[in-house]
Design a protein around this ligand. Structure first.
Ligand code: ADP
Ligand code: ASP
Ligand code: MG
Length: 403
């Protein structure tokens, strides 16, 4: 007997008809003698709809109430899934975050799961029941409802797999696996049958939303193999696991992109030791995550320009923080929020020289200007103008033989 987590994303539970279809998948797995814990997302579009209700009341909607509001999406699908399973002859029950409880730490709307009680659910599983747990949420030490960040049902599924020590964690979604780039925009994208945690972590944190990056991170940390599968077809999915056994015949495994970055340049800032720290310290203290940083060589030895990138929705906070920072002086600020980040990822890069120049040459051939660059052992990212995004992704996908 195998204990499994089956997680269904928003599209997979996007209507009652789809919930009934997902319940059939659960039934099939259950009838093989497996113990099943189902984790569900809210119906697709539901979380956005709830957020827009809150913002029509206030852009600064109370975060505690936001969590009470947002967690309702997954409560609905949990009950419908358990009810659907009962209807097709499977004993099933849903548990809300506080009933289990799923204990979280951290601030409202951005908490993380730290533990949960397993006894009640384990005894239900051993009686042949299917447990349904809402993704994306938990309860804090002092009993407040929390959520764990957008796309967080993936992280819930992995945390549940870890805490319940299940043999597998299957992520059912609207594509039949992880592709070399987003298949909904680049139809020539190819499915990847096996991918390492490291590569998947880079791809998902660089924009491939098929699986949330913090879910991959937890899976990697505890060596929990993941499978990404389609709810709508029987085709083989993608296995995500540790690095051994993967064939790195290609330098690049995938191309990811995101359109949620912004670029800021501080022009004419003093060029002396300590300035960078004075610029970035208050940003860090304001929870602003800085991604790429470029400092130009100063022509006169006195002043320089510093460019950096941040998440687009941190732009206003960043500009405000810089303007009110009296430890630094500068001539002016330049900002650009119509940029995107394009990244090529591949563990094969480590042993294949020339990937960097090939990427830059390809973008130059398409007359695409590079605004900032960052690299790690297995990825190269560039910031470009947003309007060139798909042109760049298509070109890179093709020159690295992924089409
Ligand atoms: P779910 O609601 O099941 O969690 P998501 O919408 O969060 O599903 O993620 C699935 C989507 O991720 C796909 O529809 C696809 O458009 C997108 N996606 C982006 N990059 C990739 C990629 N490299 N491979 C597969 N899907 C990708
Ligand atoms: N419903 C939440 C969201 O849309 C969590 C998830 O679907 O994973 O972000
Ligand atoms: Mg998702």
């Amino acid at each position: 007997m195998t204990k499994k987590v089956l997680k269904f994303g928003g599209t997979s539970v996007g209507s009652v008809k789809r919930i009934l279809h997902a319940a059939e998948i659960v039934k099939k797995e259950h009838s093989k003698g497996n113990q099943i814990i189902v984790v569900v997302s809210a119906m697709s579009g539901k979380t956005n709809e709830l957020i827009s209700h809150s913002s029509s009341i206030s852009e600064k909607f109370n975060k505690r109430e936001m969590d009470v509001l947002l967690s309702s999406g997954e409560q609905v699908t949990s009950a419908l899934m358990a009810g659907a399973l009962n209807e097709i002859g499977i004993k099933s029950k849903s548990w809300m975050n506080w009933q289990i409880p799923i204990l979280t730490e951290g601030e409202h709307t951005n908490s993380r799961i730290v533990n949960m009680s397993i006894n009640k659910i384990n005894s239900f599983l051993s009686e042949g029941g299917v447990a349904v747990i809402p993704g994306f949420q938990g309860i804090s030490q002092n009993g407040e409802i929390t959520t764990i960040g957008r796309g967080g049902s993936d992280a819930s599924a992995v945390a549940i797999a870890k805490i319940f020590q299940t043999e597998s964690c299957e992520i059912y979604t609207d594509v039949d696996g992880v592709y070399s780039t987003d298949p909904s925009n680049i139809p020539v994208a190819k499915k990847i049958s096996k991918i390492s945690y490291d590569e998947m972590l880079e791809l998902s944190s660089l924009g491939a939303k098929v699986i949330q990056s913090s879910a991959v991170q937890t899976a990697m940390m505890y060596d929990i193999p993941l499978q990404v599968k389609s709810t709508f077809t029987d085709r083989e999915g993608t296995e995500i696991f540790s690095q051994e056994n993967i064939d790195y015949s290609k330098a690049v495994t995938g191309v990811a992109y995101s359109k949620d970055d912004a670029k800021v340049t501080i022009i004419g800032v003093e060029d002396k030791p300590g300035v960078a720290a004075d610029i970035f310290e208050p940003l860090g203290k304001n929870q602003i995550n800085v991604d790429m940083v470029i400092q130009n060589i100063s022509p006169d030895g006195k002043t320089t320009d510093i460019t950096f990138t941040i998440k687009r929705n941190d732009l206003n906070k960043t500009l405000k923080t810089l303007k009110s920072n009296d430890k630094i002086s500068f001539k002016s600020l330049d900002q650009n929020d119509a940029v995107s980040k394009i990244s090529v990822v591949g563990a094969g890069m480590v042993t294949t020289p020339g990937v960097t120049y090939k990427m830059f040459r390809a973008l130059a051939d398409e007359k695409i200007n590079i605004l900032a660059i960052s690299t790690s052992e297995i990825k190269i990212s560039v910031i470009i103008n947003e309007k060139d995004t798909l042109k760049a992704v298509k070109k890179l996908h093709s020159i690295f033989n992924l089409d």
